[in-house]
Ligand binder design. Structure first.
Ligand code: HEC
Length: 130
């Protein structure tokens, strides 16, 4: 499973037409990653609105109502820096959090499925301006 997704990642990095490759590669990776069911963007949106939006903002630009009061600004998912990260990397951050930042670990609060759904939704947000 892991080696397959690595192969895709390499393919994504070297493939022509970065955006298209990204899109297909992302879709393929999410399929490979699927455990019990494929990630669902609509379910991810609901999770996002409930738990993440107040920091990361409606469009994922890190401009939610709580963002101003944080010492570390929430990630802007539309920045290339986030856009280029793999699903696994985002998932790992959600699962374990970021040390010394308000981004805490969501393990225990969200199920594996919910975390995958929310990554799928973050992908929607990160592609909005492209
Ligand atoms: C209390 C505010 C807050 C909440 C709530 C929050 N985050 Fe974050 N998040 C942050 C901050 C701050 C960072 C940036 C940490 C850093 O870069 O040091 C971050 C970073 C991230 C990253 C890493 C992005 C990257 O490019 O590496 C992901 C993914 C993420 N958050 C997803 C989520 C998800 C999904 C939720 C909801 C389940 C959520 N966050 C809820 C504050 C928050």
């Amino acid at each position: 499973m892991l080696s397959a997704s690595w192969r895709f990642r390499r393919y994504r990095i070297f493939g022509a037409g970065l955006f298209v490759t990204f899109f297909l590669g992302g879709a393929a990776t999410s399929c490979l990653y699927a455990q019990d069911y494929p990630p669902d963007r609509a379910r991810g949106k609901a999770v996002y609105e409930r738990h993440c939006q107040h920091c990361h903002g409606m469009t994922g630009q890190g401009d939610g109502p709580d963002a101003g009061s944080l010492k570390v600004s929430p990630a802007n998912f539309q920045r290339f820096q986030s856009f280029l990260k793999s699903d696994e990397e985002l998932l790992r951050t959600i699962e374990h959090g970021v040390v010394f930042s308000p981004m805490h670990s969501w393990r225990g609060q969200l199920t594996d499925g919910e975390m995958q759904d929310v990554v799928a939704y973050i992908r929607v947000l990160s592609q909005q301006t492209r």
